[in-house]
Design a protein around this ligand. Structure first.
Ligand code: 5GP
Ligand code: ZN
Length: 112
């Protein structure tokens, strides 16, 4: 996607603090962190949100959780939250599927 913000980060057209990368996924620090550790886990393939994926993408979706687990393990996190906002009503502001990984502070439930 030519003008998708996160696709541009993947293509290195916009700088980001990338902390992990493999063939399928990118993990980088959120520009406006909401916790001491706040990274975004994204697929390199563009999807607007989880609603734009299908059952055929199940392996890729699993890889994103694996990437999150790898980051958490390497960062020594004993607890963290992994959350995806899907759609404006849920707070999604960037239309490229992403999981927020937040850690380093007490978390509230339910989230606001
Ligand atoms: P959403 O609101 O869609 O769930 O999450 C989008 C996230 O992307 C927000 O937490 C926001 O701070 C982050 N974000 C927006 N623009 C940029 C950017 O240019 N670089 C980085 N690293 N994060 C961004
Ligand atoms: Zn994109």
């Amino acid at each position: 996607m030519a003008d998708c913000l996160f696709c541009r980060i993947i293509r290195r057209e916009i700088p980001a603090q990338i902390v992990q990368e493999d063939e399928h996924a990118l993990v980088f620090r959120d520009i406006q962190p909401q916790a001491p550790t706040h990274v975004l886990v994204i697929p390199k393939k563009h999807f607007g949100s989880l609603l734009d994926t299908s059952d055929a993408d199940a392996v890729l979706l699993g890889r994103l959780q694996a990437a999150a687990r790898r980051f958490a393990a390497e960062a020594g996190l004993s607890s963290f939250r992994l959350v995806a906002n899907n759609g404006r009503g849920a707070g999604q502001s960037v239309d490229h599927l992403h999981y927020h990984l937040l850690a380093g502070r007490a978390m509230q439930w339910p989230p606001g």
